[in-house]
Design a protein around this ligand. Structure first.
Ligand code: NAD
Length: 449
């Protein structure tokens, strides 16, 4: 069956319809229309899967996607033009240009945490690039997956865009097939499986993975504003965000002030009992709920820590006195637990972060430009913010992606178009003149070079 879907898509691609820029523009507009017309269904599904309030669902999923579509519609004509480049004098007379051509049939595999945005956002790049796409949403966000199936089936031809639902067994079958590009968002472990499978056909991949993203609060930081922005970024989606601040590294002199302010903002945002707040999401499933509860065991919980098993909710939780020997520092937390590590000298920060190399994101709160330069120059990370959290991913002008264990490749804005197109370099030579130096016999020609 998967083979049939793929064969259909190949036929569709080979019809060359998707190479027409007006076709692509039309499909981007259709996608936008589909989202706008089904906004309520999408928001309801996100609420059912993750307890996301409609505001949060719009802010972090629908809004971001609509912005990306608008950006692609605005720029697609200029992105897709052949790009002329200069030709070295040694090639004279000739012209050189680069053609951005679609890969063909692409696979987009998405996780459950932003199940709408992380399925549809890569699709925008795939459409803009002129590809046919197979979408594979996560089996854990069932309601959003269903809405995606409904929308895609209603607004697009099956040969052009197809959604395949299913768990590990289905994923494994899909990955046995040959695609022209695989765009995967998910965990490091599954990322390795995907890359391994892709190697069978040498299929190019983008891997958007996770990792432990540090949040550094330096002595000169505006503590009140830092606390507010950290609480927002960490507890959005109950911490189930790939770029959530994973742990805090704070200077010892401002730690107490930071904790007091974070407590103030947790109450301000979610009330005295956040697990009852309608604005505070739930944990995706029991497995993750249990995993997070285990991470809290034998730690110094100073704020939160309370849970509601029936609703799968864990309150925003701050854990003090952590070092690298705690299990919570072994893996990406991916939930609303925020451990705090204290530092004395800013040069120690690098050693702390290097225990988990190449984080997906890094956040630094500081007013000190020298320290800003020191940290950003000396730590390798995917991307991040100075004096804020998360929002670097909501800017179409900034490519988003990891490095090393947090991923490879990037997307958003023009980078999405570039990711989903092969750059075909062409040198067009004139027939008028033919400079003979390059041809044999070579005797005596070396001195001409
Ligand atoms: P996951 O790796 O378990 O699942 C991602 C996708 O892979 C899903 O579609 C799933 O069905 C499929 N899958 C799962 N197991 C598989 C297997 N054995 N073989 C083949 N396919 C399989 O990830 P998740 O739990 O859904 O998401 C959480 C992870 O994703 C976190 O590590 C997070 O940091 C990361 N993430 C990264 C980004 C990013 O943009 N870099 C965004 C969101 C989430």
């Amino acid at each position: 069956m998967i083979k049939d879907i793929l064969n259909n898509q190949r036929l569709y691609f080979e019809s060359n319809k998707t190479k027409d820029i007006n076709f692509r523009l039309d499909k981007l507009k259709t996608l936008k229309k589909a989202i706008v017309e089904n906004e309520e269904a999408i928001l309801n599904a996100l609420y059912k899967d993750l307890g996301k309030s409609h505001f949060e669902g719009y802010e972090t999923e629908i809004g971001i996607v609509l912005e990306e579509i608008n950006y692609a519609i605005k720029h697609l004509k200029s992105w897709s033009k052949n790009k002329k480049v200069s030709t070295p004098i040694t090639q004279f007379p000739a012209k050189s240009y680069i053609v951005s051509e679609p890969y063909g049939v692409v696979l987009i595999m998405a996780p459950w945490n932003y199940p709408f945005q992380l399925t549809i956002s890569p699709l925008i790049g795939a459409i803009a690039g002129g590809n046919c796409s197979i979408l594979k949403p996560s089996e854990f966000s069932v309601h959003t997956s269903k809405v995606i199936v409904d929308i895609i089936n209603k607004y697009f031809e099956r040969g052009y865009i197809n959604v395949i639902e299913g768990g590990i067994g289905v994923n494994q079958q899909i990955l046995e097939e040959r695609f022209d590009y695989i765009f995967f968002t998910g965990s490091v472990n599954v990322g390795k499986i995907v890359m391994n499978k892709a190697s069978k056909y040498l299929t190019p991949v983008t891997l958007e993975l996770g990792g432990k993203s540090p949040c550094i609060v330096e002595k000169s930081a505006n503590v009140d504003l830092s606390a507010k922005r950290i609480v927002w970024g960490k507890f959005l989606n109950a911490g189930q965000t790939c770029v959530a601040p994973d742990y805090i590294i704070v200077h010892k002199d401002i730690k107490k002030d930071l904790i007091d302010n974070m407590k103030k903002y947790i109450i301000k945002f979610y009330g005295n009992n956040p697990i009852e707040s309608v604005d505070y999401p739930k944990i995706i499933n029991k497995t993750h709920f249990d995993r997070l509860n285990n991470l809290m065991k034998n730690t110094d919980v100073i704020i939160g820590g309370n849970i509601d098993k029936s609703k799968l909710k864990i309150a925003p939780t701050i854990i003090d006195n952590i070092d690298h020997t705690y299990p919570i520092m072994d893996e990406e937390i991916f939930g609303p637990l925020l451990p705090i590590i204290t530092y004395k000298d800013y040069k120690d920060i690098i050693e702390i972060v290097k225990k988990h190399p190449n984080p997906l994101a890094l956040y630094l709160f500081t007013k000190n430009k020298d320290i800003e330069k020191y940290i950003t120059n000396n730590i390798a990370f995917g991307g991040g913010c100075i004096n804020d959290t998360i929002i670097h991913l909501a800017t179409s002008n900034l490519p988003f992606g990891g490095r090393g264990t947090s991923g490879m490749g990037s997307y958003h804005g023009k980078k999405s178009f570039d990711t989903f197109t092969h750059k075909k370099s062409i040198l067009k030579k004139s027939n008028l003149i033919d400079i003979p130096v390059r041809y044999a016999p070579y005797k005596g020609k070396l001195k001409l070079l």
